[in-house]
Design a protein around this ligand. Structure first.
Ligand code: FES
Ligand code: FES
Length: 162
């Protein structure tokens, strides 16, 4: 079967088989260091992408579900102001996720701030579960997310009042 979708803004026309996992289809379409499928069970988060602005584990998503959607990987998202806010906030709060989960955590934070512009600590803790990790301090991550939210809201306010 053939499906069409956009990947980081570029149109794709791709031949897939019915059992294909989306992550492997995406890997064949370009160089995406953010996609490092590991657990293949929706746990580690090393395959997270946005599909129509919703965060999904591409390892457990059948490729046919991508039909007519817009997919954005970390590589596409990294060009946005929202990404820069988050990266800056992680540094400011001295929250240093490891190389394995850094990109997944940035996407996880981005999705939270898109849904909830200023999340409460309990909402942040719930969101952290998306990327399995027992080694980053939740306190510094919570601080980073709050800083990123403030920066994002300030930028949006400025834009709206230009
Ligand atoms: S590889 Fe998809 S969540 Fe681990
Ligand atoms: S898995 Fe990356 S910091 Fe825990």
């Amino acid at each position: 079967m053939t499906i069409d979708f956009t990947l980081n803004g570029k149109a794709q026309h791709v031949q897939i088989r019915s059992g294909d996992r989306l992550v492997y289809v995406l890997q064949k379409l370009g160089d995406f260091p953010s996609l490092v499928p590991d657990c293949l069970s929706g746990n580690c988060g090393h395959c997270l992408v946005f599909m129509d602005s919703r965060l999904i584990y591409s390892c457990i998503t059948p490729a046919f579900k991508a039909k007519d959607t817009s997919i954005v990987t970390y590589e596409g998202f990294s060009k946005t102001d929202e990404c820069k806010d988050i990266v800056h906030a992680l540094t400011e709060a001295a929250a240093f996720p490891c190389d394995f989960c850094y990109k997944a955590k940035v996407l996880m934070i981005a999705e939270l701030l898109e849904r909830i512009p200023m999340p409460e600590p309990a909402q942040i803790l719930e969101q952290l579960d998306i990327v399995s990790c027992t080694c980053t301090d939740p306190v510094s991550l919570t601080e980073a997310i709050t800083l990123a939210a403030e920066a994002r809201n300030k930028r949006k306010f400025k834009r709206a009042n230009k």
